[in-house]
Design a protein around this ligand. Structure first.
Ligand code: ATP
Length: 246
Protein backbone atom coordinates (compact mmCIF):
# COMPACT_ATOMS: atom_id res chain seq x y z
CA UNK A 1 0.00 0.00 0.00
CA UNK A 2 1.52 3.30 -1.12
CA UNK A 3 0.80 6.21 1.28
CA UNK A 4 -0.97 9.10 -0.50
CA UNK A 5 1.53 11.51 1.02
CA UNK A 6 4.42 9.88 -0.87
CA UNK A 7 5.95 12.47 -3.26
CA UNK A 8 5.89 9.92 -6.10
CA UNK A 9 2.44 8.59 -5.24
CA UNK A 10 0.84 8.82 -8.72
CA UNK A 11 3.87 7.40 -10.46
CA UNK A 12 4.16 4.50 -8.00
CA UNK A 13 0.47 3.75 -8.44
CA UNK A 14 1.02 3.30 -12.16
CA UNK A 15 4.00 1.05 -11.51
CA UNK A 16 1.83 -1.06 -9.27
CA UNK A 17 -0.78 -1.40 -12.02
CA UNK A 18 1.89 -2.58 -14.46
CA UNK A 19 3.27 -5.08 -11.94
CA UNK A 20 -0.22 -6.48 -11.26
CA UNK A 21 -0.93 -6.76 -15.00
CA UNK A 22 2.34 -8.59 -15.47
CA UNK A 23 1.41 -11.02 -12.69
CA UNK A 24 -1.95 -11.62 -14.36
CA UNK A 25 -0.04 -12.65 -17.49
CA UNK A 26 -1.18 -10.20 -20.14
CA UNK A 27 1.96 -8.10 -20.59
CA UNK A 28 4.87 -8.79 -22.90
CA UNK A 29 8.23 -9.47 -21.24
CA UNK A 30 9.48 -6.06 -22.34
CA UNK A 31 6.41 -4.20 -21.01
CA UNK A 32 8.13 -2.93 -17.88
CA UNK A 33 11.02 -1.56 -19.92
CA UNK A 34 8.55 0.29 -22.15
CA UNK A 35 6.80 1.65 -19.06
CA UNK A 36 10.12 2.75 -17.58
CA UNK A 37 11.01 4.64 -20.71
CA UNK A 38 7.70 6.44 -20.58
CA UNK A 39 8.12 7.16 -16.90
CA UNK A 40 11.51 8.78 -17.51
CA UNK A 41 10.07 11.15 -20.12
CA UNK A 42 7.11 11.94 -17.86
CA UNK A 43 9.56 12.88 -15.12
CA UNK A 44 11.28 15.27 -17.53
CA UNK A 45 8.05 17.11 -18.34
CA UNK A 46 7.10 17.38 -14.67
CA UNK A 47 4.32 14.76 -14.99
CA UNK A 48 2.00 17.44 -16.32
CA UNK A 49 0.22 17.84 -19.64
CA UNK A 50 2.07 20.38 -21.74
CA UNK A 51 0.56 22.96 -24.07
CA UNK A 52 1.72 21.21 -27.31
CA UNK A 53 0.19 17.98 -26.02
CA UNK A 54 -3.12 19.74 -25.43
CA UNK A 55 -3.05 21.19 -28.93
CA UNK A 56 -2.31 17.74 -30.40
CA UNK A 57 -5.19 16.28 -28.41
CA UNK A 58 -7.68 18.79 -29.83
CA UNK A 59 -6.51 17.93 -33.36
CA UNK A 60 -6.57 14.20 -32.63
CA UNK A 61 -10.14 14.32 -31.37
CA UNK A 62 -11.21 16.43 -34.33
CA UNK A 63 -9.65 13.87 -36.71
CA UNK A 64 -11.30 10.97 -34.90
CA UNK A 65 -14.71 12.69 -34.97
CA UNK A 66 -14.34 13.31 -38.72
CA UNK A 67 -13.47 9.68 -39.46
CA UNK A 68 -15.79 7.04 -40.89
CA UNK A 69 -14.21 4.12 -39.07
CA UNK A 70 -12.05 5.30 -36.16
CA UNK A 71 -10.36 2.62 -34.06
CA UNK A 72 -8.52 2.75 -30.75
CA UNK A 73 -5.76 0.15 -30.65
CA UNK A 74 -4.95 -1.35 -27.25
CA UNK A 75 -2.03 -3.40 -26.01
CA UNK A 76 -1.28 -4.80 -22.57
CA UNK A 77 0.19 -1.60 -21.10
CA UNK A 78 -2.65 0.59 -22.36
CA UNK A 79 -5.17 -1.87 -20.90
CA UNK A 80 -3.38 -2.02 -17.56
CA UNK A 81 -3.16 1.76 -17.21
CA UNK A 82 -6.38 3.09 -18.72
CA UNK A 83 -8.95 0.42 -19.64
CA UNK A 84 -12.00 2.24 -18.20
CA UNK A 85 -10.96 5.58 -19.66
CA UNK A 86 -10.40 4.00 -23.10
CA UNK A 87 -13.89 2.48 -23.09
CA UNK A 88 -15.34 5.88 -22.12
CA UNK A 89 -13.47 7.67 -24.91
CA UNK A 90 -14.48 5.04 -27.49
CA UNK A 91 -18.14 5.50 -26.57
CA UNK A 92 -17.86 9.28 -26.66
CA UNK A 93 -16.31 9.41 -30.14
CA UNK A 94 -18.06 6.34 -31.51
CA UNK A 95 -14.81 4.47 -32.13
CA UNK A 96 -14.11 0.75 -32.04
CA UNK A 97 -11.50 -0.76 -29.73
CA UNK A 98 -9.13 -3.43 -31.04
CA UNK A 99 -6.61 -5.60 -29.22
CA UNK A 100 -3.36 -5.17 -31.10
CA UNK A 101 -0.36 -6.92 -29.59
CA UNK A 102 3.14 -6.77 -30.92
CA UNK A 103 3.96 -10.03 -29.16
CA UNK A 104 0.58 -11.63 -29.70
CA UNK A 105 -0.19 -14.84 -27.85
CA UNK A 106 -3.58 -16.50 -27.47
CA UNK A 107 -3.27 -16.32 -23.70
CA UNK A 108 -2.67 -12.56 -23.61
CA UNK A 109 -5.44 -11.89 -26.10
CA UNK A 110 -7.80 -14.03 -24.05
CA UNK A 111 -7.06 -12.22 -20.78
CA UNK A 112 -7.41 -8.75 -22.33
CA UNK A 113 -10.64 -9.80 -24.06
CA UNK A 114 -12.07 -10.91 -20.71
CA UNK A 115 -11.04 -7.66 -19.02
CA UNK A 116 -13.01 -5.66 -21.61
CA UNK A 117 -16.00 -8.02 -21.66
CA UNK A 118 -16.16 -8.12 -17.85
CA UNK A 119 -16.64 -4.35 -17.98
CA UNK A 120 -19.62 -4.76 -20.28
CA UNK A 121 -17.64 -3.87 -23.42
CA UNK A 122 -18.62 -6.90 -25.51
CA UNK A 123 -17.80 -5.45 -28.92
CA UNK A 124 -14.02 -5.63 -28.45
CA UNK A 125 -12.17 -6.52 -31.68
CA UNK A 126 -8.93 -8.38 -32.33
CA UNK A 127 -10.11 -11.32 -30.22
CA UNK A 128 -9.31 -14.97 -30.93
CA UNK A 129 -12.61 -15.47 -32.76
CA UNK A 130 -12.37 -12.25 -34.82
CA UNK A 131 -11.90 -12.14 -38.59
CA UNK A 132 -8.19 -11.34 -39.13
CA UNK A 133 -6.56 -9.84 -42.25
CA UNK A 134 -2.89 -9.09 -43.02
CA UNK A 135 -1.31 -5.89 -44.34
CA UNK A 136 1.71 -7.68 -45.78
CA UNK A 137 2.37 -10.97 -47.55
CA UNK A 138 4.15 -12.18 -44.45
CA UNK A 139 1.36 -13.32 -42.16
CA UNK A 140 2.63 -12.54 -38.69
CA UNK A 141 1.04 -10.75 -35.76
CA UNK A 142 2.87 -7.50 -36.59
CA UNK A 143 0.86 -7.15 -39.77
CA UNK A 144 -2.44 -8.58 -38.55
CA UNK A 145 -5.62 -6.59 -38.01
CA UNK A 146 -9.31 -7.12 -37.49
CA UNK A 147 -11.20 -6.95 -40.78
CA UNK A 148 -13.87 -4.61 -39.46
CA UNK A 149 -11.42 -2.73 -37.25
CA UNK A 150 -7.87 -1.57 -37.96
CA UNK A 151 -7.77 -3.24 -41.37
CA UNK A 152 -10.54 -1.02 -42.73
CA UNK A 153 -10.08 1.94 -40.35
CA UNK A 154 -9.32 5.40 -41.70
CA UNK A 155 -8.00 6.82 -38.43
CA UNK A 156 -6.32 4.81 -35.68
CA UNK A 157 -5.33 5.94 -32.21
CA UNK A 158 -2.25 3.85 -31.33
CA UNK A 159 -1.13 4.68 -27.80
CA UNK A 160 2.24 3.28 -26.67
CA UNK A 161 2.90 1.70 -30.04
CA UNK A 162 6.09 0.12 -31.32
CA UNK A 163 7.77 1.76 -34.33
CA UNK A 164 7.67 -1.31 -36.61
CA UNK A 165 3.96 -1.72 -36.18
CA UNK A 166 3.31 2.01 -36.58
CA UNK A 167 5.28 1.92 -39.82
CA UNK A 168 3.14 -0.89 -41.25
CA UNK A 169 -0.01 1.06 -40.41
CA UNK A 170 1.39 4.27 -41.84
CA UNK A 171 2.45 2.53 -45.07
CA UNK A 172 -1.02 1.06 -45.43
CA UNK A 173 -2.34 4.61 -45.72
CA UNK A 174 -3.92 5.06 -42.32
CA UNK A 175 -4.16 8.33 -40.52
CA UNK A 176 -2.33 7.59 -37.28
CA UNK A 177 -2.44 9.29 -33.93
CA UNK A 178 -0.18 8.28 -31.09
CA UNK A 179 0.04 8.95 -27.39
CA UNK A 180 3.72 8.51 -26.60
CA UNK A 181 5.72 10.23 -23.90
CA UNK A 182 8.84 9.93 -26.03
CA UNK A 183 8.75 12.67 -28.69
CA UNK A 184 11.85 11.11 -30.30
CA UNK A 185 10.41 7.63 -30.83
CA UNK A 186 9.94 6.35 -34.37
CA UNK A 187 6.21 6.15 -33.68
CA UNK A 188 6.00 9.81 -32.61
CA UNK A 189 7.98 10.90 -35.65
CA UNK A 190 5.92 9.02 -38.20
CA UNK A 191 2.47 9.71 -36.77
CA UNK A 192 0.14 12.31 -38.23
CA UNK A 193 -0.64 13.55 -34.73
CA UNK A 194 1.69 12.81 -31.79
CA UNK A 195 0.54 13.48 -28.27
CA UNK A 196 3.49 13.62 -25.90
CA UNK A 197 1.63 12.84 -22.71
CA UNK A 198 0.96 10.05 -20.27
CA UNK A 199 -1.92 7.88 -21.43
CA UNK A 200 -3.54 8.19 -17.99
CA UNK A 201 -3.85 11.96 -18.40
CA UNK A 202 -4.39 12.08 -22.15
CA UNK A 203 -7.35 9.73 -22.59
CA UNK A 204 -9.68 11.40 -20.01
CA UNK A 205 -8.70 14.81 -21.37
CA UNK A 206 -9.57 13.67 -24.90
CA UNK A 207 -12.98 12.51 -23.68
CA UNK A 208 -13.61 16.01 -22.29
CA UNK A 209 -12.50 17.57 -25.56
CA UNK A 210 -14.80 15.22 -27.49
CA UNK A 211 -17.83 16.38 -25.51
CA UNK A 212 -17.00 19.92 -26.56
CA UNK A 213 -15.99 19.31 -30.19
CA UNK A 214 -18.96 17.04 -30.96
CA UNK A 215 -21.20 20.06 -31.14
CA UNK A 216 -18.89 21.94 -33.51
CA UNK A 217 -19.37 22.37 -37.20
CA UNK A 218 -17.46 19.88 -39.39
CA UNK A 219 -15.70 22.74 -41.11
CA UNK A 220 -14.21 23.91 -37.80
CA UNK A 221 -12.87 20.41 -37.13
CA UNK A 222 -11.44 20.15 -40.63
CA UNK A 223 -9.65 23.48 -40.25
CA UNK A 224 -8.13 22.32 -36.97
CA UNK A 225 -6.77 19.18 -38.63
CA UNK A 226 -5.50 20.98 -41.74
CA UNK A 227 -3.79 23.76 -39.78
CA UNK A 228 -1.81 21.32 -37.64
CA UNK A 229 1.88 20.67 -38.26
CA UNK A 230 3.01 17.59 -36.35
CA UNK A 231 6.72 18.15 -36.88
CA UNK A 232 6.46 21.68 -35.54
CA UNK A 233 4.40 20.50 -32.59
CA UNK A 234 6.94 17.78 -31.77
CA UNK A 235 9.69 20.39 -31.76
CA UNK A 236 7.65 22.41 -29.28
CA UNK A 237 7.13 19.27 -27.22
CA UNK A 238 10.89 18.73 -27.04
CA UNK A 239 11.29 22.39 -25.99
CA UNK A 240 9.02 21.64 -23.03
CA UNK A 241 11.51 19.04 -21.82
CA UNK A 242 14.32 21.60 -22.04
CA UNK A 243 12.29 24.26 -20.23
CA UNK A 244 11.45 21.92 -17.33
CA UNK A 245 15.05 20.72 -17.13
CA UNK A 246 16.46 24.18 -16.37
P1 ATP B 1 9.77 3.25 -31.30
O1 ATP B 1 9.87 1.83 -31.76
O2 ATP B 1 8.51 3.93 -31.70
O3 ATP B 1 11.01 4.09 -31.58
P2 ATP B 1 10.08 2.21 -28.61
O4 ATP B 1 11.06 1.21 -29.06
O5 ATP B 1 10.40 2.99 -27.39
O6 ATP B 1 9.71 3.28 -29.73
P3 ATP B 1 8.08 0.65 -27.38
O7 ATP B 1 8.98 0.44 -26.23
O8 ATP B 1 7.50 -0.54 -28.03
O9 ATP B 1 8.71 1.52 -28.50
O10 ATP B 1 6.86 1.59 -27.03
C1 ATP B 1 6.66 2.14 -25.84
C2 ATP B 1 6.54 3.64 -25.98
O11 ATP B 1 5.48 4.03 -25.15
C3 ATP B 1 7.79 4.34 -25.52
O12 ATP B 1 8.15 5.33 -26.45
C4 ATP B 1 7.40 5.00 -24.20
O13 ATP B 1 7.98 6.29 -24.07
C5 ATP B 1 5.90 5.13 -24.33
N1 ATP B 1 5.17 5.02 -23.06
C6 ATP B 1 5.36 4.12 -22.07
N2 ATP B 1 4.49 4.31 -21.07
C7 ATP B 1 3.70 5.34 -21.44
C8 ATP B 1 2.60 6.00 -20.86
N3 ATP B 1 2.13 5.66 -19.65
N4 ATP B 1 2.01 6.99 -21.55
C9 ATP B 1 2.48 7.37 -22.76
N5 ATP B 1 3.53 6.80 -23.37
C10 ATP B 1 4.14 5.79 -22.72
Amino acid sequence: MIPKTHPRYESLLLREKIVKASEKGYLADSAMIAHGRGEAFDYLIGEKTTYPAKRAMYVAVAALLLSDNPVISVNGNATALAIDEIIELAREINAKIEINLFYRTDERVQIITSLFRDRGYKEILGTLDDDIEYFTDIKNSRSSASKSGIYTADTILIPLEDGDRAEILKKSGKNIITIDLNPLSRTSKMSDVSIMDNIVRAIPFMTKIAKDLKTQDKKVLMDMVNDFDNEENLKESIEQIKIRGI
